[in-house]
Design a protein around this ligand. Structure first.
Ligand SMILES: Nc1nc2c(ncn2[C@@H]2O[C@H](COP(=O)(O)OP(=O)(O)OP(=O)(O)O)[C@@H](O)[C@H]2O)c(=O)[nH]1
Ligand SMILES: [Zn+2]
Length: 470
């Protein structure tokens, strides 16, 4: 099964295809193809959605050319980012549905071999950077060649690729070997104290793309980190096609969000507050009912984590929000004050837009969302109180509900989530869930179906009565 290189230009080694099998992994099942190059080095290609009889005009697959790194890939070293990049690449390729990770042996230590790399590490322990360490040992800064990769792609029938790499030199090398690189996507993993210097040197001395910050910053920039806790939790919220209408509520285990006097100070804990601020940072707009705004005088800004403040939306058909409320006075973010036709709004601060609701009746959640969408506010978090969140859930508008329950029994007070009842338990809402602990609290994430993954919520369109909502 030897295969001749089919590329027109560039110096090429040929590779022999020696095995073709499958490999189940935590990212999914890959086709695994083994090769040997002319120098005797053995490589593998882990691919999905690529078959020998693919048409010539099949769309360019996502391809990672991964350089072997024993310390990073197999041992989980934090001195470099290789291990996390490898896992992330497998995750992205599996998710994309058509792509390959080429695992290139002989690339260890940027082509100088394992022992030389470890000697370079020893030099780096004395303060030398990764480039100078190679040079002092008599090696080039980067000794890798990519002809085996081009030959493997040719063997797989792939001529054009979208390359997963932060290293422009890889793109140039592959292009010179006749691979058409139609796009290059950065493979971002979080900086850690242990690899910060190495990653900085790659950017400053080896021309790698800049990516700054930790996992949260990666998410804010629209990326994810394979295996990262935050990426697992929030990754799908930053993807195109992911859930766009979120709702969240923190309540006691017996279902109240405040005591009977309205005391709502710290039902859930500090970690849940951080979670809420992350959700705010990931949406365009946050919606609250007037009673919540009156009772808590919230700011609805992102303070517990880095991130931009979303627009703030208060649904206030009767105009009960005090004119000195934080939302109307602090200017921290644009604010839509949605009021009924007869409300005297008076003069408002520059950041406030008074939106007239046509009619004094209850606000239909669907119409509220349409109004926001018309203003470019597509990703929306419905934040409270209990009645407002329940109305949006009952109307079938919520893609994703985060319900945090605190180990606290209030006994009586302001109710939390109350969805429409059913006669038969079989008709009750039992969507797919994920759950995690935040301190003493439990977050249950309900997939209410908007993203297509879960069961649709089959309920009549509810209406929204924000009065008496807290
Ligand atoms: N010589 C040497 N090699 C290293 C060092 N740290 C990691 N490597 C090797 O570098 C290779 C990975 O290259 P990187 O420069 O991290 O990344 P890249 O592949 O060029 O670029 P990306 O595609 O964005 O990952 C692996 O083979 C590692 O073994 C080091 O300090 N010295
Ligand atoms: Zn490495």
């Amino acid at each position: 099964m030897s295969s001749e290189p089919v590329l027109e230009d560039g110096p090429l080694t040929s590779v022999q295809r020696l095995a073709d099998t499958v490999l189940p992994t935590r990212h999914g099942t890959f086709r695994m193809t083994a090769y040997r190059d002319e120098g005797g080095e053995e490589h593998v290609a882990l691919s999905v959605g690529i078959a020998d009889d693919d048409p010539l005009d099949a769309p360019p697959p996502l391809v990672r050319v991964h350089s072997e790194c024993l310390t990073g890939d197999a041992l989980g070293s934090f001195r470099c980012d290789c291990g996390e990049q490898l896992q992330h690449a497998l995750h992205l390729v599996a998710r994309d549905g058509r792509g390959a990770v080429l695992y290139v042996r002989g690339h260890e230590g940027r082509g100088i071999g394992l022992v030389q790399k470890l000697r370079a590490y020893a030099l780096q322990d004395t303060g030398v950077d990764t480039v100078d360490a190679n040079l002092r040992l008599g090696h080039p800064a980067d000794a890798r060649t990519y002809d085996q990769s081009a030959a493997m792609l040719a063997d797989l029938g792939v001529r054009s690729i979208r390359l997963l790499s932060s290293n422009p030199a890889k793109e140039h090398a592959l292009t010179a070997l006749g691979v058409r690189v139609v796009g290059r996507e950065a493979l971002v993993v979080p900086a850690r104290p242990e690899n910060e210097h190495y990653l900085r040197t790659k950017r400053e001395r080896m021309g790698h793309d800049r990516v700054e910050g930790g996992e949260w910053e990666v998410l804010l920039a629209g990326g994810t980190v394979a295996g990262g806790v935050l990426s697992e939790r929030y990754g799908d919220l930053v993807r195109a096609g992911g859930p766009t209408v979120l709702a969240q509520l923190g309540q006691s285990l017996d279902g109240f969000i405040a005591s009977r006097t309205g005391d709502a100070v710290f039902v859930t804990g500090e970690e849940d507050r951080e979670h809420l601020h992350r959700l705010r940072a990931l949406v365009d707009a946050v919606v609250v009912g007037a009673s919540t705004a009156v009772a808590d005088d919230p700011r609805l800004t992102v303070r517990a984590v880095p991130g931009d403040n979303p627009a703030r939306v208060v649904l206030d058909p009767r105009g009960v929000l005090p004119r000195e409320a934080a939302l109307l006075t602090d200017g921290a973010a644009p604010t839509l004050w949605v009021v009924g036709p007869d409300v005297e709004a008076g003069a408002t601060a520059e950041h406030v837009e008074v939106v007239r609701w046509p009619g004094a009746g209850p606000m239909d959640p669907r119409e509220v969302l349409a109004l926001l969408r018309a203003r470019g506010l597509r990703r929306v978090l419905v934040e409270g109180g209990g009645r407002l969140v329940s109305a949006f859930v009952d109307a079938g508008t919520v893609d994703r509900l985060y319900l945090t329950t605190a180990p606290l029994l209030i006994g009586d007070g302001v109710p939390g989530l109350r969805v429409d009842g059913t006669d038969r338990l079989a008709d009750a809402l039992r969507p797919p869930v994920r759950r995690w602990l935040l301190g003493q609290d439990v977050v249950t994430e309900f997939d209410l179906g908007g993203s297509g993954a879960g069961r649709p919520v089959l309920r009549p369109v509810g209406s929204l009565d924000t009065e008496g909502d807290a």
